[in-house]
Write a protein that binds this ligand. Sequence first.
Ligand code: GDP
Length: 295
Amino acid sequence: MFEALSSSLQKALSKLRSKGKLTEEDVALAMREVRLALLAADVNVKVIKQFVDRVRERAVGVDVQNSLTPGQQVVKIVYEELTELMGGEQAKIKMAAKPPTVIMLVGLQGAGKTTTIAKLALSFKQHEHRPLLIAADVYRPAAIQQLEVLGTQIDVPVFQLGQSQLPKEIVRQGLRAAQAQGADIVLVDTAGRLHIDEDLMKELEDIQSLAEPDEVLLVVDAMTGQDAVHVAETFHQRLSLTGVILTKLDGDARGGAALTIRSATGCPIKYVGLGEKIEPLQPFHPDRMASRILG
Ligand code: GDP
């Protein structure tokens, strides 16, 4: 994951690690290389500038009395700032005080929304929850069927009314079915379009106001880099997202989306998708991701 970013950051910092004393020039040179590494990873330019400025500011004041060498301290600062950039603490799902917890999933077609819903349902099931999936994507012909197949595979019920009902009506009846069946988590699959358009947003807002979800999670494809950030910004403006799920981190995504989304939108990344197979979804840990990047 993020191999190029990882190796160029490690290279930039390796020269500092061993130094007993750091000159301003050493730090400046390393920061220049860090900046280039982040640029090559498709991190937003503004975000890079703030990041490098913060690291430089803190690096200037490193304490020589500390048990770490000044170089090691700068590496630690980079680790801490990378963690912070990705949200600091792990952001967990907010559960409803009174079940069912309703989670609405939104995203563009192909981002991995359907796959992700199945993975999320499986995670909840493994934690002794009783999820129900609501199939409210009535536009993509195979969407409902795909969800049903996945539901059968993971043994989780799917509520659907075919393609002829309005999504809002499907959700209304689906929520009723959840109460009747004693489901404690409802995952609502919504329509994804190829592009963001007004009709899509309006429909999602309608579903949101009807279902009053505890979570509105955007599924975005990490491979699309800054496009993913733009998609997140646009959805967030309309739907006040509570989190992002970044998919396809197992592919050759460069890291730009993972490192930019939080600071650009204020929305935490809650989970990551790491493959096509239906396995429990992985929670996102900013600190673990930062240490993985820094090796
Ligand atoms: P949707 O249109 O957003 O519902 O997307 P789908 O769930 O149908 O996924 C689109 C494609 O992306 C499928 O081929 C999935 O197998 C694949 N996919 C989804 N999540 C991941 C992931 O985390 N990693 C990889 N490599 N592929 C994924």
